[in-house]
Write a protein that binds this ligand. Structure first.
Ligand code: DX5
Ligand code: ZN
Length: 227
C-alpha cells in the first residue's frame, strides 16, 4: 500500500518490534497502535550485513493485515546484503516502505527505482560511520533517509551522540517533504533532542517494548513529539 505523502512529512513514533515479545507479537502491536502509533518499524537482518538474524517476509505477511486494519503502516528496515533480491517478497507481504542500506547495495539507483515501481515508499539507510556524501545522488529519489544512531544489529544499544549533528546536517540538505527516520538508542531522555535536530520518524525498540507499561510509554514518547 502506498503511504500518503504527508506521512513522510509528519512526526511519528515508530516502535521497533525487534524488542517486542515475539510470542505475543500481534497483541503488542495492538497495544502501541491503540496508544496512537501509526507506523511500525520492522528489522530484517541476514547474519551477513549485520551480526544477527531476525525475521523474513512470512512474519511481515502475518502482521501486515493487523496493522493495515487499524489504518497503520509498516516501515521495513532491510539490514541485508544485496537487498534487491527481496524487495518483491516484502512488498507482497505488505511492507509499505522499504529502506535499504547504502553500504549493502552497489546499484542504489536501480534498487530505489525498483522499490518505487513496486509501489512502496523508498528509503536509504546509512550507518554511523558512513559519510552523508554517499547519499548525494540518491537524495532526489527517496521518500525518506534512515539515519542509524547505533551500529545496526541489536536493540538496546546506546545512542551515539556524534550522529545528532549528522541528522542536523542532513535536514539542511534534504529536499522538503523527505522524511528522516532515526534509529537506535532513542528513549524518553533524548527523543526531543533528536526531533529538534530534524528527525521526524523516531524509532524506539527497547524504550517502548521493555517498558513496564508498553502502551503508557508509547503514549508518553508521543507527547514528547507533540509541539
Ligand atoms: C538496530 C535496529 C533498530 C533497533 C532499535 O539494528 O535497526 O531498529 O530495534 O532498538 P533500540 O531502540 O532498542 O535501540
Ligand atoms: Zn531498524
Amino acid at each position: 500500500m502506498a503511504m500518503p505523502a504527508e506521512m513522510y512529512r509528519g512526526t511519528h513514533l515508530l516502535p521497533s518490534i525487534l524488542s517486542a515479545d515475539f510470542a505475543r507479537l500481534g497483541e503488542e502491536i495492538g497495544l502501541v497502535m491503540d496508544a496512537g502509533v501509526k507506523i511500525i518499524h520492522v528489522d530484517i537482518m541476514d547474519g551477513r550485513f549485520v551480526p544477527n538474524i531476525t525475521i523474513g517476509p512470512v512474519v511481515v505477511e502475518k502482521i501486515a493485515p493487523l496493522v493495515h486494519a487499524r489504518g497503520g503502516f509498516l516501515s521495513v528496515h532491510l539490514m541485508v546484503e544485496q537487498p534487491e533480491r527481496f524487495l518483491e517478497d516484502f512488498v507482497r507481504a505488505g511492507a509499505d516502505a522499504l529502506s535499504i542500506h547504502v553500504e549493502a547495495c552497489i546499484h542504489l539507483h536501480r534498487t530505489l527505482s525498483a522499490i518505487k515501481e513496486l509501489g512502496a515508499g523508498a528509503g536509504v539507510a546509512i550507518n554511523p560511520g558512513t559519510d552523508l556524501c554517499w547519499l548525494g545522488e540518491a537524495l532526489h529519489m527517496v521518500d525518506f533517509v534512515l539515519v542509524m544512531t547505533v551500529n545496526p544489529g541489536f536493540g538496546g544499544q546506546k545512542f551515539i551522540p556524534e550522529t545528532l549533528d549528522k541528522v542536523r546536517r542532513l535536514r539542511q540538505s534534504l529536499p522538503s517533504g523527505v522524511g528522516i527516520e532515526v534509529d537506535g538508542g532513542i528513549n524518553r531522555d533524548n527523543i526531543r533532542q533528536v526531533a529538534s535536530a530534524g528527525g521526524n520518524w523516531l524509532v524506539a525498540g527497547s524504550a517502548v517494548f521493555h517498558a513496564a507499561d508498553v502502551a503508557g510509554e508509547a503514549r508518553y514518547l508521543q507527547t514528547q513529539l507533540a509541539d
